[in-house]
Design a protein around this ligand. Structure first.
Ligand code: GLV
Length: 322
């Protein structure tokens, strides 16, 4: 069996595939393969499986370049980079890497929330710049998370974990919206289900986004909705960039419609909307919410496991049901 891996991933996963006796080819490019490069690579051998990343756009042309590959294992929980309809039409199985990154992403959402509320990045820059002359009663005043209202958009695995940390760790009141109610959130954390995103945006002091990227969630946060938020509220996004209209967010941050934002994902990665990086009331991280050593190892291993199970004739454990 031959496996193609579109970029170097943690070594133990490659070792797992090799231990099965599979031949593993890893892209030698230090960067994302363009679609043309990926297609050229995939045409080099009759690969049986492809381990892809969220930065690879996998569509009909890519599937047709390697008709022998009946599984594409995505090294990510999100799979908006893959045309699942084109996969289904060709009988190609798609898998993702859920659960292993839930805690890590929820932690990063809190790193961002605490970072923006306690002005950690501004404080770091201030200190490094030699501006710290003495303790000051009014220096870099932030705001507490404790006792505030946490609004969650998307109450799946990660959103639920964020609700847990908010309620249990910081005594936050939790209000959430999803297409349907998640009764566990009410039962465990006293969270209130809101029938619309507007209700969450109106009430929350911190809004954390955990929806998948779908046509229905693209620009879920637009100018109109940003205007429904409290002027003192903060917006945190660790899901997918296009969920927020980034140009509208720049206007909101510049004109004080909201107090601040902390973003791990961007509408046109790796580019940033004009004006975003000049703003003091935003924290930017480079799509690293799942990037701990432990978690990236587990994600790689899970992607490899999905390939192995599938190629050995068993059900891939994280097959995406469309
Ligand atoms: C990362 O963004 C992922 O979807 O796993």
């Amino acid at each position: 069996m031959k496996i193609y891996v579109t970029r170097m991933i943690p070594e133990p996963a490659i070792a797992m595939l090799k231990a099965q006796g599979y031949e593993v080819a890893v892209s030698g490019k230090d960067g994302v393969l363009s679609k043309e490069e990926l297609i050229a690579e995939l045409k080099k051998a009759p690969y049986d499986a492809v381990l892809s990343l969220l930065t690879d756009k996998i569509d009909a042309d890519v599937f047709d370049a390697v008709p022998s590959a009946k599984i594409f294992a995505n090294f990510a929980v999100g799979y908006n980079n893959i045309d699942t309809e084109a996969a289904t039409a060709r009988g190609v199985t798609i898998t993702n890497t859920p659960e292993v990154l839930t805690n890590t992403v929820a932690e990063h959402a809190f790193a961002l929330m605490m970072g923006i509320a306690h002005r950690v990045v501004e404080g770091d820059a201030y200190t490094r710049a030699g501006k710290f002359k003495s303790w000051e009663p009014m220096l870099l005043l932030g705001t507490d998370l404790s006792g505030k209202t946490l609004g969650i958009l998307g109450a799946g695995r990660i959103g639920s974990r964020v609700a847990h940390h908010g309620a249990r760790g910081f005594g936050m009141k939790v209000v959430y919206h999803d297409v349907k109610e998640n009764p566990t959130l009410g039962a465990e954390y006293g969270a209130r289900y809101a029938a619309t995103p507007e209700e969450v945006l109106k009430e929350a002091d911190f809004v954390s986004i955990h929806v998948p990227l779908l046509p229905a969630t693209t620009h879920l946060i637009n100018a109109e909705r940003l205007k429904t938020m409290k002027k003192t509220a903060y917006l945190v996004n660790t899901s997918r960039g296009p969920v927020i209209d980034e140009a509208a967010l720049v206007a909101a941050l510049r004109e004080g419609w909201i107090a601040g934002a902390a973003l791990d994902v961007f509408e046109h990665e790796p580019d940033l909307a004009p004006g975003l990086k000049e703003l003091p009331n935003v924290i930017l991280t480079p799509h690293i919410a799942s990037a701990t050593l432990e978690t990236r190892m587990e994600m790689a291993n899970l992607a490899a496991k999905n390939i192995i199970e599938f190629l050995e004739g068993r059900e891939a454990p994280n097959k995406i049901a469309i």
